[in-house]
Design a protein around this ligand. Structure first.
Ligand code: F6P
Length: 400
């Protein structure tokens, strides 16, 4: 993919960094070399964190010169990233004027890089106030400053930008506008510069934070014998886990339950007493010719396959089956579905599936995903945390 620069556009406190981080995390999970370049961080490194709101006044020539310097220095980092094989760079600044956006396009076209813009537009005062209080007050710009004073200063900063703000329009060929945190989505991209997977992702982003719950099925008969795959039912211990799961969720209602289509997952999900939807995308990694074997049998009968998987667990594809990279691709539409749901969701799935999903939610480097510890009989809560998630684990009885 790429080389592509996605320039973020919008007044301060509209969630640009938040959405850029989400897009970057999503693309990285899909194996794209993506990175965010934040001009504010560069500005703080060059001129210190504590600049008064007047620094951002467009009629202040010193402030304007310093801000151009920070923009240029950040663009230099972007170019270095592409020289090093980078694919998608999120140029995270306000980029609120035509002239700034023309400059971005000019530099990029001189370097053979395509450009698109993603604008976050929001006039909902509650959302803006929440963004300021939840993020800006914790920025190094306001350490040690009393909250109300910081909010007032930040609002003056927004006012400075508002006087020169020129929303995206005819002069900007490829762009997406997200209005009021997901209420409206506008796409203008006649040249098809923006990858479809990114526009699909943006169109599905929901601004409503909620917990996502995941668990492996209870212990299956194949688990007790160490066999891979198959479609065996729960063992007696697995049935007891299913019961514990039902108890665990009684005081924690979820709005939907998705399981895989495999027997062990459906049996586990049934214990919740609510209807659940079996989804093939959640089925365990397909071990192909190794399905039904134990790891010891694979090592003895197919030593080359065993060694190849150990050498590259992410890329290795079982003959007639799947690799982790395949599983991640298969889960892509599921992640979009999860992003658009609003209430808490519980997924009852399998080891490789949950590892792959955790890779996305917890921003785990792809090579590490196949090795993440996901034990049986453990519920994992994914709580919204900044632009990502943090996990909380609950081992339930019977513990294995
Ligand atoms: O052993 C349980 C299981 O879910 C198998 O069905 C599956 O092949 C395996 O885990 C995936 O884990 P790994 O990728 O570590 O082999």
């Amino acid at each position: 993919m790429g080389p592509l620069v996605i320039g973020m556009v919008g007044l301060p406190a509209r969630g640009k960094t938040f959405v850029a981080s989400q897009m970057s995390r999503y693309l990285a999970w899909q194996g794209v070399r993506a990175q965010i370049f934040n001009v504010g961080n560069r500005r703080r490194a060059l001129f210190g964190a504590k600049v008064p709101h007047g620094f951002f006044d467009p009629s202040n020539p010193n402030g304007m010169a310093s801000r151009r310097e920070a923009a240029q220095a950040t663009m230099d980092e972007v170019l270095a990233f592409f020289a090093d094989g980078g694919e998608v760079a999120f140029y995270d600044a306000t980029n609120t004027t035509h002239s700034r956006r023309s400059w971005v396009r000019e530099v990029c076209s001189q370097n053979g890089i395509q450009v698109a813009f993603v604008e976050l537009s929001c006039d909902d005062n509650d959302i803006i106030e929440r963004n300021i209080r939840q993020t800006k007050l914790f920025s190094p710009d306001y350490t040690g400053v009393q909250a109300d004073e910081a909010v007032a200063d930040f609002r003056r900063r927004i006012d400075h930008y508002s006087t020169v703000y020129e929303p995206l329009g005819d002069g900007d060929p490829a762009w997406v506008r997200l209005v009021d945190a997901g209420r409206q989505f506008i796409l203008t991209d006649p040249e098809r510069v923006i990858p479809r997977r990114l526009t699909d992702y943006l169109a599905n982003l929901s601004a409503v934070p909620r917990t996502i719950w995941v668990t492996r099925h209870g212990q299956s008969e194949f688990n007790t014998s160490g066999q891979l795959g198959g479609d065996s039912p729960l063992s007696p211990a697995g049935q007891r886990y299913a019961h514990s799961l039902g108890e665990f969720f009684r005081p924690r209602p979820v709005s939907r339950v998705w399981s895989s289509t495999l027997r062990r997952a459906r049996q586990t999900a049934s214990a919740l007493g609510t209807t659940h939807s079996p989804r093939r995308a959640l089925d365990e990694i397909d071990a192909g010719v190794c399905d039904g074997l134990t790891y010891a049998e694979i090592a003895a009968r197919r030593p080359n396959e065993f060694a190849a998987r150990q050498a590259d667990k992410l890329g290795y594809r079982y003959p007639g089956g799947e690799s982790y990279a395949d599983v991640i691709e298969r889960l892509d539409p599921m992640v979009l579905d999860l992003e658009r749901t609003r209430g808490p969701v519980l997924l009852v799935a399998h080891q490789a599936i949950i590892r792959s999903l955790l890779g996305y939610f917890l921003d785990i480097p792809r090579e590490e995903i196949p090795h993440v510890d996901v034990p049986l009989h453990t519920v994992i809560a994914l709580h919204p945390h900044g632009p990502g998630y943090r996990e909380e684990r609950f081992p339930l009885d019977p513990r294995l």
